[in-house]
Design a protein around this ligand. Sequence first.
Ligand SMILES: [Zn+2]
Length: 258
Amino acid sequence: MLNAARFRPGPENREIVFLTGSGISARTGLGTFRAPEGLWALEPEVEEAMHGDRLPGSLPQLWRVWGRMARIAREHGPTPGHRAIARLGAPVISQNIDGLHQAAGSEIVAELHGTALRARCLDDRCPWRALLEPGDGATPEDHGVPSACPRCGAPTRPDVVLFDEQLPEAELVLAQRLAQRADLFVAVGTSGVVFPAAQLAPLAATHGATTVLIDIDPPPGASTLFDHVIAEDAHEVLPDWERTLHHVGGSSFLDPFG
Ligand SMILES: [Zn+2]
């Protein structure tokens, strides 16, 4: 049941920016990595393989895990939360690697942790990238990409950021720019109190934004970091925001979507 008194954006919010984590994708069956039923719990050896210093020996595991995740994401598609964010036309900073914001129609997405939908070269200096045709299996060919980089011959790898790897500089810069220009900064389905939310929300606030966390089970300390904490299901809250904003200044009677 939605709380009628809780925060809603209004016409004064012209630059809404979202920060999303795995919670927004949880309805797709992708799982929340660190939740009890998450990927790591199902396959404890997988977590071992998610460290950059295990490359290139861990490549078969990476292809199997991230290729499968890309396939599941493609099969399940975006959630109501992804779709509402896309229809609001708001830019997104995402910790997710499932490509579901783009699938929902979002045009500006800073992917802080890369994307499982794409392959790249193992050599960081090489610019080669290719989209996957994700399937099942432990080789790049199982996911529609070559095992040797067509430009330089090095092995290929999923374009996801592993635990001890740097976040992509260009995406980080984009995320900071978006946070600085936001007048409403909304974190959804992310723990909210650790990086990057813990850095980006205060950055947005410093530049004048109102900050909101939507999380059905908000972490302790969230209310010190955000102006508003909405402890409800984002898949109900965000479509409600979308209806609110699309009815502002007009009659719902005249609105073809009303
Ligand atoms: Zn290469």
